[in-house]
Write a protein that binds this ligand. Structure first.
Ligand SMILES: NC(=O)c1ccc[n+]([C@@H]2O[C@H](COP(=O)([O-])OP(=O)(O)OC[C@H]3O[C@@H](n4cnc5c(N)ncnc54)[C@H](OP(=O)(O)O)[C@@H]3O)[C@@H](O)[C@H]2O)c1
Length: 335
């Protein structure tokens, strides 16, 4: 099969596409074979090819870890498998940048009819992270002010949409080239350029001098946002896309009576598996209702142009979720 195979650590730009990599075979007791239609690009893919990511699979390995596709029709299903051959699914497994991938049943979900394979390919990590952050951790309420940083990015644009669906007033912050994205694709009420000095003043002005109730931060800008959070506000630590693990002077937390709240969705299956079930139930209902919709970056890559896609991600050019189309869909999503 055609796949993006890493045989030794190097920058992705030096890796050619392999035309004849052996197909993976289900080996575990709950493994299924999936025909991959689309796969989501992630920054950690760029780190993985260079051996700079915490997970280091043995060589050779097929890159990619989020996908949408169909259950293969020509492979056995494990006993009690809840999926049917040909069923549309999305999920996570190492090897998503290949025509076929083996995934554990517990890491895949039925793809809602309303979503295309491209929209489903980048769902598995970003959407439950933003949903659980806002609903389970910060307990965002209708009418509250929410500030989202990197609001045009993968988790950010999902947080903007979920915030709006919860009835919050959403201020999106991002870099100047992406200022039109959070309102156009997320429904943000206001957008600010967080590369400007004193950008927090604009947020204070928008909230009548009061400040926001909740901050959702995947960049490492909690310290900056404390200048525009309300007394008693909640600040969600989601990630460090800026490249450095942020350090926070705790006197600022004390003086403003703030709750700093961590969210690591990847640890929920181990520590709080029952919550993953309810998050997915609620999220799939929300996605199926059409009130929220995954945002796919305008340029769709293929396995032959994947290197350019990873370059664009590395250079911070993409917004929403960048997708690689592995095969053209034969069946159209019901819209
Ligand atoms: N806690 C969790 O469970 C969890 C789950 C998923 C992801 N994450 C983390 O959340 C962060 C964002 O993930 P994502 O999928 O949304 O990524 P993404 O789609 O690549 O978006 C990241 C955004 O961060 C902004 N950014 C600011 N400084 C940057 C820099 N120096 N280099 C690159 N981007 C920079 C960029 O927006 P502007 O150009 O507008 O500044 C970029 O669009 C990552 O650190 C990821 O590891 C955490």
């Amino acid at each position: 099969m055609k796949a993006f195979v890493v045989r030794e650590y190097s920058h992705h730009s030096k890796i050619p596409v392999t035309a004849d990599h052996p197909e993976p075979k289900p080996a575990g007791s709950d493994d299924v074979l999936v025909d991959v239609h689309s796969a989501g690009l992630n920054f950690f893919d760029i780190l993985s090819t260079q051996g700079k990511y915490q997970m280091k699979p043995p060589f050779p390995f097929v890159l990619g870890s989020e996908f949408a596709g169909t259950i293969a029709r020509d492979a056995p299903l494990p006993p009690g498998c809840p999926f049917q051959p040909g069923q549309r699914v999305f999920g996570s497994a190492l090897g998503a940048y290949g025509e076929r991938v083996v995934a554990s049943v517990k890491n895949i979900h039925p793809l809602p009819d309303s979503l295309t394979f491209d929209e489903g390919a980048g769902l598995y990590v970003t959407w439950p992270t933003s949903y659980e952050a806002l609903v389970g951790r910060a307990q965002l309420k209708a009418g509250e002010w929410l500030l989202v940083t990197a609001a045009a990015g993968g988790v950010g644009i999902a947080a903007v949409q979920i915030g709006k669906a919860l009835g919050a007033k959403v201020i999106a912050a991002c870099s100047p080239s992406k200022l039109d994205i959070p309102a156009k694709y997320g429904g943000a009420d206001h957008v600010v350029d967080y590369t400007k000095p004193n950008w927090q003043q604009e947020v204070l002005k928008l909230t009548g001098g009061r400040g926001v109730d909740v901050v959702y931060d995947p960049v490492g800008k909690i310290k900056e946002t404390i200048k525009c959070i309300v007394w008693g506000g909640r600040a969600l630590v989601v990630g460090f896309a800026g490249g450095e693990i942020e350090k926070l002077p705790l006197n600022l937390v004390l003086l403003k009576n703030i709750s700093v709240i961590g969210i690591f969705w990847g640890s929920y299956l181990q520590h709080y598996p029952e919550r993953t079930v309810s998050v997915w139930e609620e999220l799939i209902a929300l996605l199926s209702s059409g009130r929220v919709k995954p945002v796919v970056y305008t340029e769709t890559y293929t396995l032959d142009t994947l290197v350019r896609g990873l370059d664009d991600l590395e250079k911070r050019k993409t917004w929403g979720k960048a997708i690689v189309r592995i095969r053209e869909p034969k069946e159209k999503a019901k819209l």
